[in-house]
Ligand binder design. Structure first.
Ligand code: HEC
Length: 394
């Protein structure tokens, strides 16, 4: 009963998180695109710095940008704020349901130096700390270039540090959460207060002296470039070939660099001077990542030992290390049903999923999660040998 309800909570939160994130990223991309597409109106219009015609869904739209407002506070003013709040809150709840509730399975790896309780504590503290560290860095470093270098090091160190403490997928996820928290924090603690000050200045008639400040501008800029890395963090956490690799943290940094580069291409395109070189640069980062984490046997034949693998041994590994969870009626505490519906009643069933098992058990050690059934390196090698010999069932 409890696991069944937890599954529904999981489905509901994930759905909500996806929808709110789409609205947030969508409106952010949309405004960014409009903003970079604006051209000065011809003939000039009072207080308007940019102008754009657009067509969508059977109507033609006319946008104008008033950097300091139209001279009055519009009666009907649409704000963008609940998208970020909805995404952050649904994400935080999802984190609690999946990674805190299931800490030993999802948060910890087999080699984590932490207990579940201390891992949860570090997870929670890291989220809050990411905002305060970022905010302090923005305030302390006036030079934009230096700030970007420092922030890159900060995120790189985060994913490396998390991967020393947590499971690979939790390391990806927590780095993504740090970025998302920073983006949401920027909206609520910097951008919205700035906008309220702006409206007040319009009301007070002091708007012509108003300056949103360099800080607000660069935070918008950071959010723009963090979007693709955050989205990669979220989906990358579902792919053991990335997070499960020893250099998974480096793969994360390289793919994030690809994301930043691709985002930059779109920014140049919206501004009317597309620089395709940035797409090529992004592709080069992805290619470098593919080479970095390619499994060894990709470029050379996998060596197969002359001796036929001992099936009784494989069978023992199956029942001792896998079927406590992957069975019709799991015996492992906390599992009411086979995870992802994957059951291994016999070797024939395992053989069907050999490629997947190779990925999760031999090439990476993502299975068993947190190495909860204490599989040895020797046993992983036996499974590898069994797969190399064609994963025979008998
Ligand atoms: C402690 C419980 C547990 C044990 C023991 C365990 N698994 Fe898993 N397994 C899981 C969970 C949980 C998932 C789902 C992971 C996810 O959602 O990312 C999973 C997913 C998988 C998948 C991926 C299914 C898919 O298509 O995504 C494979 C393959 C797999 N396990 C193989 C194994 C093998 C082989 C063993 C034994 C060496 C094993 N597992 C031991 C809990 C376990």
């Amino acid at each position: 009963m409890e696991t069944y309800l937890a599954e529904w909570m999981h489905i509901g939160l994930r759905w909500l998180h996806l929808v709110t994130a789409i609205t947030w990223v969508g409106s952010s991309f949309y405004f960014n695109r409009i903003d970079r597409s604006f051209r000065p109106p011809e003939p000039p219009i009072d207080r308007v710095s940019g102008h754009l015609w657009s067509i969508h869904g059977g109507s033609i739209y006319n946008y104008r940008r008033y950097p300091l407002g139209p001279g009055f506070v519009p009666g009907q003013l649409k704000w963008s704020k609940w998208e970020s709040m909805g995404t952050w809150v649904s994400g935080a709840l999802l984190l609690a349901v999946i990674y805190w509730w299931g800490a030993s399975v999802n948060l910890l790896s087999g080699s984590s130096p932490l207990s579940p309780a201390s891992a949860i504590g570090i997870s929670a503290v890291s989220i809050v700390a990411s905002w305060f560290i970022y905010d302090a860095l923005c305030k302390a470093i006036a030079n934009d270039r230096i700030l970007i270098v420092v922030l890159t090091i900060f995120f790189g160190a985060s994913v490396w540090g998390f991967s020393q403490l947590f499971s690979g997928k939790a390391a990806y996820l927590h780095t993504g959460i740090a970025m998302g928290t920073i983006m949401a924090g920027n909206v609520w603690f910097v951008i919205l207060p700035g906008q309220r000050r702006m409206l007040k200045a319009i009301d007070d008639g002091t708007i012509d002296d108003f300056d949103v400040g360099a800080d607000a501008k660069r935070r918008n800029f950071h959010a723009n470039y963090l979007t693709l890395p955050v989205l990669f963090a979220m989906i990358g956490a579902h792919f053991p070939i990335t997070y499960g690799h020893d250099y998974g943290w480096l793969a994360f940094i390289l793919i994030s660099a690809a994301g930043v580069s691709i985002r930059h291409f779109f920014n140049t395109m919206h501004a009317g001077e597309a620089k395709f070189g940035y797409i090529a640069l992004g592709a080069a980062f992805i290619l470098a990542t593919m080479l970095l984490i390619a499994p060894k046997h990709l470029f050379s034949e996998r060596s197969v030992s002359a001796e036929t693998v001992d099936l009784a041994r494989v069978e023992r590994i199956r029942t001792e290390r896998c079927t406590p969870c992957h069975a019709e009626n799991p015996t492992f505490e906390g599992f009411d049903e086979a995870p992802k519906g994957v059951t291994f009643e016999n070797l024939a069933k395992m053989s069907l999923l050999a490629a997947n098992i190779d990925q999760q058990v031999v090439l990476t050690d993502t299975m068993p999660p947190g190495n909860l059934t204490e599989m040895t390196e020797k046993e992983r090698a036996v499974i590898g040998e069994w797969i190399a010999q064609g994963a025979p069932a008998e």
